[in-house]
Design a protein around this ligand. Structure first.
Ligand SMILES: [Cu+2]
Length: 146
């Protein structure tokens, strides 16, 4: 009986692993801007595609190079562009695509540990409401890739 239970648990756990990998959320085109001075904020950008039939939400992010990581948007108020933290996170509509890019949605990393230049990498954890945590390694590039 104990042996059978072990086999069942093994099947269940291997199943849950494959389930977690077949996420409806696909991240692509990821890159980050250089951090020229240690401690200064850094920006990270990528495209999020939701292949599922349910909306999802990027609720938080963590970067290995920074003490604090926030999800930001740019808004225009009285002709001045400024950044705001998206406290509620960023919704990815069912079947939709949201692009994080300079001047629009972006990930902002505060209190960076060091300075980081082109060719170096950042490990980013993206926490989604439904899809769970997706980890990505971003290469630092001097400018936005084509
Ligand atoms: Cu920002």
């Amino acid at each position: 009986m104990k042996k059978i239970l072990g086999v069942i648990l093994l099947i269940l756990s291997s199943h849950s692993v494959s389930f977690a990998q077949s996420s409806d959320i696909v991240i692509s085109g990821e890159w980050a801007r250089p951090v020229l001075i240690a401690g200064r904020p850094g920006g990270a950008f990528f495209t999020i595609e939701n292949k599922g039939d349910q909306a999802d939400r990027l609720v938080s992010a963590e970067a290995n190079i920074a003490q604090r990581t926030e999800i930001h948007d740019h808004i225009m108020t009285d002709g001045v562009m400024r950044m705001v933290q998206m406290e509620e996170g960023l919704e990815i509509p069912a079947g939709g695509t949201v692009e994080l890019k300079p001047g629009s949605f972006h990930i902002m990393m505060f209190e960076t540990d060091n300075k980081y230049g082109p060719g170096e990498t950042i490990d980013l954890k993206l926490n989604f409401e439904n899809a769970g945590t997706i980890e990505k390694t971003l290469e630092i590039k001097a400018r936005q890739p084509e």
